[in-house]
Ligand binder design. Structure first.
Ligand code: F6P
Ligand code: MG
Length: 539
């Protein structure tokens, strides 16, 4: 046979992902960038390049109705086999694309500016030289990110999560790059690499490139901060003149309102606020009662009432243990505290555990330092020079009460290494069984924010009608799984739990309001059943 002659079947086997690159318009190029040519008419190699392949399949069997392999059953799920297709950086229809291609380099650029500013404030040579090396590592990371490099293992910097990271890379992501690895993993990996730039240094191990920004947004949230402090500085008390029925109703309404405060506190996260004015921040943070009634309409999956029924039961057993897997520092953490304070004061919870990050993460996430900063600035800070003395006093009193909760153990801050990994929470029970066991002892675990929601749901293209319990896999189905409540303003692609009509709702919004999944205008409050009474067993 003439070596240059390609019968159709051979040409078509070249249509696979390893040898052919997908282009944006859906055609396929070979690795040299040329259009593939099917010499379907059997003409030899002298044939000039046609622009399209046209095959006539009249002799083939007719099409069958083949069921797609989604969703996968939980036992067959791993990072290369998500329950539904994963989002990846090269998916232009997804927020993954803008994030990996534009937002992350912008965020890293700002982080480099921050470290340079700190460098310029130093006087000691050894610290300066050490920080210059951190900056060089950041430049290398920028080159990797912009050049779409392959993901390399994390350097052993002594952190508790190195083994978790490198195991996941070795098992699932060898040879993957920033754009073709699943978005969730690639994005988390970037923050871990950023931490590595500092963690291997001598003097700058704990340096937080986002710290200035985090403090700054809280100080720019004046109106909402004082709106809440003026309402809640006085310990919560129901009027003696109310009947017990009225009291119960008033408490219920207050609970629902504060759950919304806690929820919408998530809409202003720094990674999305890069260009927002103070006015825009203010409107996002509006906390008034009327505003909240209106915003309830934007809670697309709404288990608020079910949540109230759940927490009410806790008081009957003399107050439960409630956990918060925290998201953002500053204003969101402040809203979390207002809510947690209410839960303690009303006896709905007798102990609250807050789970934060061990190092700077996704720009605004809470670290121990952010936690301490907020409480101390409330009590001792001079952040709001334009506030009245009464307003400042209300903030001091709140701060003092919350610090007391921490002193007497009613509030506790914890930071497990697992929270800063690229694993989704489907892997929490297998990769961090100690943490799973710990959470399984909680009566209710709130997961705050968008990233936690992505991790709960495997950050994949699950249909919007899929029930929350199914979408979170083992976090709902494993023996001992606690009740989980996701309080999340929608800021990325995955949306689940919208009810039987959910697919139609999502489709309508796609048509009417493009961008509804990243605007932070919509939210979900979703509660799982959990399997709290059951014994936890690990394989
Ligand atoms: O970069 C995208 C993202 O991870 C989105 O999930 C969200 O827009 C943001 O970053 C983090 O949001 P949150 O602080 O609510 O987790
Ligand atoms: Mg966050």
């Amino acid at each position: 046979m003439n070596a240059d002659y390609f019968p159709p079947i051979i040409v078509n086997t070249a249509y696979n992902h390893t040898s052919m690159a997908e282009t944006t318009n859906g055609t396929h190029n070979n690795i040299n960038g040329d259009s593939a040519v099917a010499h379907a008419n059997g003409s030899p190699a002298t044939y000039s390049t046609p622009s399209r392949v046209t095959l006539h399949l009249g002799h083939m069997p007719s099409k069958k109705d083949i069921k797609a392999p989604w969703p996968r059953t939980p036992s067959r799920v791993d990072p290369n086999n998500p329950p539904w297709p994963a989002y990846r950086g090269y998916h232009e229809y997804s927020f993954a694309h803008a994030t990996m291609g534009v937002r992350l380099p912008t965020i890293l650029g700002k982080a480099i500016d921050d470290a340079s500013r700190t460098l310029n404030e130093q006087y000691a040579e050894d610290k300066i030289v050490d920080l210059v090396e951190c900056l060089e590592r950041m430049d290398a990371l920028m080159a990797d990110l912009s050049g779409n490099a392959k993901l390399r293992p994390i350097v052993d910097d002594g952190e508790g999560d190195v083994a978790l990271w490198n195991k996941e890379i070795a098992k699932y992501f060898q040879g993957k790059d920033f754009m073709n690895a699943p978005w969730l993993f690639a994005e988390a990996y970037k923050y871990r690499r950023l931490h590595e730039c500092f963690s291997v240094s001598k003097y700058w191990k704990d340096y937080d490139v986002f710290y200035r920004q985090k403090c700054d947004t809280f100080s720019r949230s004046t109106d909402a901060v004082f709106e809440l402090s003026m309402r809640f500085a006085e310990p919560f008390k129901l009027s003696e003149n109310m009947s017990s029925k009225e009291k119960a109703e008033s408490e219920r309404l207050m609970f629902l309102e504060l759950t919304q405060v806690c929820l919408w506190g998530n809409s202003t996260d720094l990674s999305l606020l890069i260009n927002m004015t103070e006015e825009q921040i203010k409107s996002l943070q509006s906390t008034g009662g009327d505003h909240l009634a209106a915003t309830e309409k934007n809670i697309l999956g709404n288990h608020l009432n079910k949540l109230w029924e759940t927490v009410k039961v806790l008081r009957e057993k003399t107050g439960g243990r409630i956990d918060f897997v925290l998201d953002n520092a500053g204003f969101e953490l402040y809203c979390d505290f207002v809510y947690a304070d209410f839960l303690i004061q009303t006896g709905l919870a007798k102990q609250i555990r807050f789970h934060g990050k061990r190092y700077p993460w996704f720009v605004s996430d809470v670290t121990r330092k952010d936690w301490d900063w907020l409480l101390n600035t409330m009590v001792y800070g001079h952040l709001f020079p334009k506030a009245s003395e009464v307003e400042r006093e209300s903030l001091r009193r709140l701060g003092a009460r919350w610090k007391q909760y921490e002193k007497d153990g009613r509030w506790q801050y914890e930071q497990h290494p697992f929270w800063c990994t690229g694993y989704t929470f489907w892997d929490l029970h297998s990769e961090a069984p100690d943490l799973f066991l710990h959470l399984s002892r909680s009566d209710l675990v709130f997961f705050k924010g968008d990233l936690n929601h992505r991790k709960l749901t495997y950050d994949c293209a699950a249909p919007a009608s899929i029930p929350f319990d199914i979408s979170i896999g083992p976090m709902a189905s494993a023996a001992g799984a606690p009740k989980i409540c996701s309080l999340r303003t929608v800021k990325s692609d995955v949306v689940v739990g919208l009810g039987d009509n959910g697919d139609a709702i999502a489709e309508e919004l796609d048509k009417e309001e493009p961008g509804w999944k990243i605007s932070g205008k919509y939210a979900v409050v979703l509660l799982s059943e959990g399997r709290p009474g059951e014994k936890v067993r690990f394989a």
